[in-house]
Design a protein around this ligand. Structure first.
Ligand code: FAD
Length: 461
């Protein structure tokens, strides 16, 4: 549990001291969960809620919230990483819509949980805006709205705000309007982790830090604690290791880690906020192809994130990758383009972390009833709310409940494995370069970069 391993994030300032439980290795647990991010925590919480008598141990290589759950952009959103038409072609209309609705409902499920248990995580649900700053972005976003409405969502789920309506909420340079969905809240990611840890402990979940699992086998979890081998025996084992999964035995090609990065400004002055507005703290993205995401934090900063970092050969993850000067530069430039009033504000924090990308970008809960082993996750960048749905689903499967969650098509969805290296490295990195090139081309020509986006889908989708 080296301090230096934690990324220098804005959220890490709310990190608390963590007392690891001492485990009795001779004991047999009913359930062992590997990974104490949101997925592991929600799973543990629902297990204890459904069956208080179960013994549950939650193991983390570092501490709860060390992974993406303590580093993310704080969008608790109803987004599902697979577009609704693709979902429909995979699972049929009814199941695709049920999946999308469950993702949307997860936002209010989290909201109810934090309010019932008085978890202070700066929760504010005002929806999300994807702002068009050029005509190509506008037509693509309007097309997304049409598509989502054709496939079963409606005006109250997703609609267009014209430039005037948008400017009443937030003033974005060159904005032509925005896609608006009410299904999103802004929150402080690590404060949510802290609240879930308190609740899990109160319910009797044993949380062990510094336990690095190396393999999951028939008797439980094989791992190392302080360099010594330390095996945990358990009936059920849940793998919730997301972007770090490739380090586990046999999991090299299950998901790839892709790094996403963020910056935070200093708290902005009242004068700057009077020019920007944004009193509702809606989460905000730009309609460019390169993923961007921002929130106005409860303490009056802008936390702004973006993807676009390269993929590391053989799915490597390391604290050395927690910052990236090139991506930082690109994120800050985008922040200044969208909000020129922030140009003089200091950038006080920069950090990043790995998210997990399955070959088809489709999250899944894979349950092996024979061996009692479960793997859960693969949310790409949409795991804040989805991990709640996942945790409840995993707990229902273990407890043998007849839950509607278990009929959702992410349960037992089969993800193809990623290609062997060096093909994986070549294909992913070629695909990752394209959004930046396509955005530049669209801005210059005012025409959609169809060939580049088709190639992007082929390489990454
Ligand atoms: C910079 C960034 C911004 C993001 N922004 C958003 C956003 O705004 N909205 C959104 O919905 N999603 C966002 N995401 C994604 C979201 O944060 C994740 O999908 C979600 O947190 C995943 O939760 P998890 O519990 O499955 O995984 P994690 O939080 O990554 O937890 C995995 C845990 O497993 C532990 N672990 C790993 N390997 C082992 C091992 N071998 N042994 C023991 N423990 C192990 C790790 O230490 C870690 O604590 C973002 C991600 C990043 C990186």
């Amino acid at each position: 549990m080296r301090d230096a391993q934690w990324p220098p994030s804005l959220w890490a300032e709310s990190r608390r001291s963590f007392d690891s439980t001492r485990v009795d290795y001779a004991r047999r647990f009913d359930v062992a969960i590997v990974g104490a991010g949101y997925t592991g925590l929600w799973t543990a919480l629902y297990l204890k809620e459904f069956r208080p008598d179960l013994s549950v141990v939650l193991l983390d290589a570092v501490e709860p919230g060390f992974g993406a759950s303590g580093r993310n952009g704080g969008w608790c959103s109803g987004l599902f990483p697979v577009e609704i038409d693709t979902l429909e072609s995979l699972h049929g209309h009814h199941s695709a819509l049920a999946m999308q609705r469950a993702a949307i409902d997860a936002v209010d499920d989290v909201g109810r949980y934090v309010s019932t248990h008085s978890i202070d995580c700066d929760w504010k649900k005002s929806g999300t805006l994807t702002v068009a700053t050029n005509p190509v972005q506008e037509s693509r976003l309007r097309q997304t709205i049409r598509l989502e409405q054709q496939h079963g969502l409606n005006e109250s789920d997703v609609r267009w705000l014209d430039a005037t309506e948008l400017s009443r909420r937030v003033v974005v340079e060159h904005a032509r309007g925005a896609l608006f969905s009410p299904h999103c809240a802004a929150l402080h990611p690590l404060k949510l982790v802290n609240g879930l840890v308190d609740r899990a402990r109160a319910l009797g979940v044993e949380i062990v830090g510094g336990f690095r699992a190396t393999a999951i086998n028939d008797s439980g979890v094989v791992g190392l604690i302080d360099g010594q081998s330390a095996d945990i025996t358990a009936g059920w084992v849940v793998r919730a290791t997301e972007g770090y999964t490739s380090a586990l035995r046999g999991e090299k090609r299950s998901v790839i880690p892709l790094y996403s990065y963020m910056v935070a400004t200093e708290p902005l002055s009242d004068e700057v906020w009077s020019r920007i507005g944004w009193a509702g703290r809606e989460t905000l993205a730009e309609g460019r192809l390169m993923v961007t995401y921002a929130q106005r934090t409860a303490d009056g900063r802008i936390a702004f994130g973006g993807r676009g970092a390269g993929y590391r050969y053989a799915s490597r993850v390391s604290p050395d990758f927690d910052t990236d000067a090139n991506v930082k530069h690109r994120i800050v430039a985008t922040l200044h383009e969208l909000f020129p009033a922030t140009r003089d504000a200091a950038i006080t924090h920069h950090w990043g972390g790995p998210l997990a990308v399955p070959r088809d970008w489709h999250p899944s809960v894979s349950i092996d009833h024979a061996t009692r082993r479960i793997a859960a996750g693969g949310y790409v960048g949409d795991g804040v709310a989805l991990s709640h749905l996942t945790g409840r689903t995993v707990a229902a499967a273990i407890c043998g409940h007849d839950s509607p969650d278990l009929s959702l098509p992410f349960v037992q969805h089969h993800n193809k494995r990623w290609e062997l290296e060096p093909l994986r490295w070549l294909g992913v990195n070629a695909g990752l370069r394209l959004p930046v090139a396509a955005d530049a081309l669209e801005k210059r020509t005012n025409k959609p970069a169809r060939r580049l986006t088709a190639l992007m889908d082929k390489l990454l989708g």
